[in-house]
Design a protein around this ligand. Structure first.
Ligand SMILES: [Cu+2]
Length: 301
C-alpha cells in the first residue's frame, strides 16, 4: 500500500500530461498512407504510414524530438471495436523530419514485433502517434483508418471477475499465463485517480500458476499499458484513451499503473492492453473490464 501511495504522488502530473497531449494545437500532425492523403487501406497488404509534425504558426516541419520511453515515436493502432491492438515504433528520418513504418511486413526488430500482422481485418481503426518535440512537450496526432472489406464488428465480452479482480488466462510464445487485474478509483479535487495493479502468473510443469519470474523492463518502463473505453472516439476531451507506464516490480510480479482521470474515460465496458517483457519476449495482454466511477464524493469543498 505504501508503495502505491508513493507511486501515486510521483506520477500524477506525468500521466495527466499524457492524456492531455491530444488537446494541444501548437503542432499539426500530418499523415500519409502509401504516400497518399487517404484513410483507406487494404487489410493484410504492406501499407506504409508516414507521419510528420509542423509548427502550427510557422508551418515549418519539426525536426527536433526527444526520446520518450526509449523511442522518438510510439504508434498505437486500435480497431474501434477494441478487438485488435498493435504498438509499434516508426523510424525517424532526420533530414526530412518524417517518421515511417510499413505495416503487414515482417521486420527483424524486437521493438517492432507487432508490425508483421498489424492490420489484417476489415473495419475502422484509430491510429495514434505520440512524440515529444523538443522544447514543446508530449503531443499526439491521430487519424481514422478504414480497412477495406466486409466489417465484422466483434462484441466486447468482459473477462471474468473474482474478488474484484479481472482474470485473464492466455497462452503466448508457447507458455500458459494468468493475469489478475484490480483497480481502485478515488475521487480527488479535480477528476479522480485510478490505480491499477496487475499480477502475472505463469503455469509451471505441474500445471500450477506461480508468480511469473524473469520480468525485465521494456523501453524504459517496467510495463506499458493502453486503456480505451468502448466508443473510444467520442468525448469532450478528445478520445477516451490513456497511456500508462509502470515501474519494474521490486518483488513479486505485480505492476502498478495510475491515471488521473479528468473526465477522459467513460464508465462502462473498456479494454486495457498491458505489455510486459518476460523471458525476453514482450507479452501483450488484453483485459476487458467494467469501469465504474468512484461513488465517494469529491474531497474538495
Ligand atoms: Cu511504444
Amino acid at each position: 500500500m505504501k508503495y502505491m501511495i508513493v507511486s501515486l504522488l510521483f506520477s500524477v502530473s506525468i500521466f495527466t500530461q499524457t492524456a492531455l497531449a491530444q488537446m494541444y494545437d501548437d503542432v499539426t500532425p500530418h499523415f500519409r498512407i502509401n504516400s497518399k492523403e487517404t484513410k483507406m487501406v487494404m487489410p493484410g497488404q504492406p501499407t506504409t504510414i508516414e507521419v510528420w509534425f509542423t509548427d502550427t504558426h510557422s508551418g515549418e516541419v519539426i525536426k527536433e524530438y526527444k526520446e520518450l520511453h526509449g523511442k522518438l515515436m510510439h504508434m498505437v493502432l486500435i480497431k474501434t471495436d477494441l478487438s485488435s491492438f498493435k504498438h509499434i515504433h516508426p523510424y525517424y528520418e532526420p533530414v526530412s523530419g518524417r517518421f515511417m513504418i510499413t505495416l503487414n511486413m515482417p521486420l527483424n526488430d524486437p521493438d517492432n514485433f507487432h508490425t508483421n500482422s498489424s492490420l489484417t481485418e476489415p473495419g475502422m481503426y484509430m491510429l495514434m502517434a505520440d512524440v515529444w518535440p523538443r522544447g514543446i512537450g508530449m503531443r499526439m496526432g491521430h487519424i481514422h483508418v478504414h480497412a477495406h472489406g466486409q466489417h465484422n464488428m466483434q462484441r466486447l465480452e468482459l473477462d471474468p471477475v473474482v474478488n474484484n479482480k479481472s482474470i485473464k488466462e492466455f497462452t503466448q510464445y508457447g507458455r500458459d499465463y494468468k493475469l489478475e487485474l484490480e483497480y481502485w478509483s478515488t475521487a480527488g479535487c479535480n477528476g479522480h485517480l485510478v490505480e491499477f495493479m496487475s499480477t502475472l502468473y505463469e503455469k509451471n510443469s505441474q500445471g500450477v500458476y506461480e508468480p511469473a519470474t524473469d520480468i525485465d523492463p521494456w523501453l524504459g518502463a517496467g510495463a506499458h499499458s493502453v486503456w480505451v473505453s468502448q466508443g473510444m472516439m467520442g468525448g469532450p476531451a478528445g478520445m477516451h484513451y490513456a497511456h500508462m507506464h509502470s515501474k519494474i516490480p521490486e518483488e513479486g510480479s505485480s505492476h502498478f499503473f495510475n491515471f488521473h482521470d479528468l473526465g477522459i474515460m467513460k464508465a462502462g465496458p473498456q479494454k486495457i492492453w498491458i505489455q510486459i517483457k518476460q523471458k525476453s519476449k514482450v507479452l501483450t495482454i488484453p483485459v476487458a473490464f467494467d469501469y465504474k466511477l468512484p461513488s465517494s464524493p469529491s474531497t474538495c469543498k
